[in-house]
Design a protein around this ligand. Structure first.
Ligand code: GRG
Length: 316
């Protein structure tokens, strides 16, 4: 019979089967956390009337994915002395927000994609009208879910988390990044500064909110929140650089979405500034900077350091 540990390793959705030293098995850790998150997401939304929109919300929310944002939220909460239970509603809410941003990003009015997470995109299955509403439904429900489902966290901390999440979603975050990204479409004179603006808002903002929310839920000090914010800024940018590289080097099967789209759309990306090799190198430098931020936590900081490594070595 296969042991639980073997099953976990087989299930691991990670390419590098890294043992990060001191017996830390990243693949097993990510699988454990991913399965916990999947279970919580599965029970987070029931299909009731009007069924179509609930089905559309569940279709994309339960379509897989790395579950990186919830995993980061759980990890920082635990690092700061909190529990998984304390952070799970926020972790799910972050995945709801991420999923809604993918649904809207894939719409014909935006990136116009047919595949996401290895499946047809939401609007391809449910139509544009329902896909927009499913995204809206997920966004609103994310905030309701944090407030109604979180237990054992003082209201003051919960308010801070909600404020952080709201900021990450709005014009100061995802929406702002997407607007500038759309405005840059078809332009060849996009500066590196503009590209950084797009991705610190579109990609890094939600990763930062994920890291910081977990810490706030556990009652972290301002110093720790600052340190973890710096960690998140570094992994956020590294994540996007790797995403741009993978768009060139990975296959559609590996990515679960159309590959080579940036080149086809003549989109300005990090590799278009630096080339693939230098982009990889810069991502590694950012990862090292992120790991330096969590080094003072010693053994307790290993999961976050390992996740930073995973971000640069991932293949999808
Ligand atoms: C948030 C109100 C609101 C609207 C959405 C469309 C939009 C505004 C923003 C676009 C945000 C976006 C799609 C950013 C890209 C982020 C990114 C790199 C996604 C891929 O994340 P992974 O690799 O995906 O973690 P999985 O599938 O593994 O979860």
């Amino acid at each position: 019979m296969t042991s639980t540990r073997d099953q976990r390793t087989v299930l691991a959705d990670t390419s590098p089967d890294v043992d990060q030293g001191i017996g830390f098995d990243l693949a097993a850790y990510l699988t454990d956390r991913r399965l916990l998150v999947e279970a919580a997401l599965e029970s987070s939304i029931k299909v009731i009337h009007p069924e179509t929109v609930y089905e559309a919300m569940r279709y994309s929310l339960l379509a897989g994915g790395k579950r990186l944002r919830p995993i980061l939220c759980l990890a920082t909460c635990e690092l700061m002395g909190g529990t998984i239970d304390m952070a799970m509603p926020t972790a799910c809410a972050l995945e709801m927000i991420h999923t809604m941003s993918l649904i809207h990003d894939d719409l014909p009015a935006m990136d116009n994609d047919d595949y996401r997470r290895g499946k047809l995109t939401n609007h391809k299955v449910f139509g544009e009208d329902v896909a927009i509403l499913a995204g809206d439904g997920l966004l609103a429900y994310a905030f309701e879910f944090v407030v109604t489902q979180t237990q054992g966290v003082p209201a003051e901390q919960l308010l801070q988390v909600i404020a952080r999440m709201g900021r990450a979603v709005g014009a100061a975050g995802l929406v702002g990044g997407q607007v500038v990204d759309l405005a840059c479409e078809g332009k060849t004179d996009v500066s590196l500064e503009m590209l950084n603006f797009i991705h610190t808002h579109k990609t890094a903002a939600l990763l930062e909110a994920s890291v910081v929310s977990g810490a706030i839920l556990a009652g972290a000090s301002e110093t720790d929140v600052q340190r973890l914010t710096h960690y998140a800024e570094n992994i956020g940018l590294a994540f996007q650089i790797v995403d741009d590289v993978l768009d060139i080097t990975a296959t559609q099967e590996e990515l679960g979405k159309t590959a080579g789209k940036d080149l086809l759309a003549k989109k300005v990306t990090y590799p278009s500034f630096w080339g693939v090799e230098e982009s990889r190198q810069r991502a590694r430098q950012l990862t090292d900077a992120a790991k330096a931020e969590v080094a003072p936590y010693g053994e307790k900081g290993i999961p976050l350091a390992a996740i930073a490594d995973f971000i640069t070595t991932r293949t999808h």
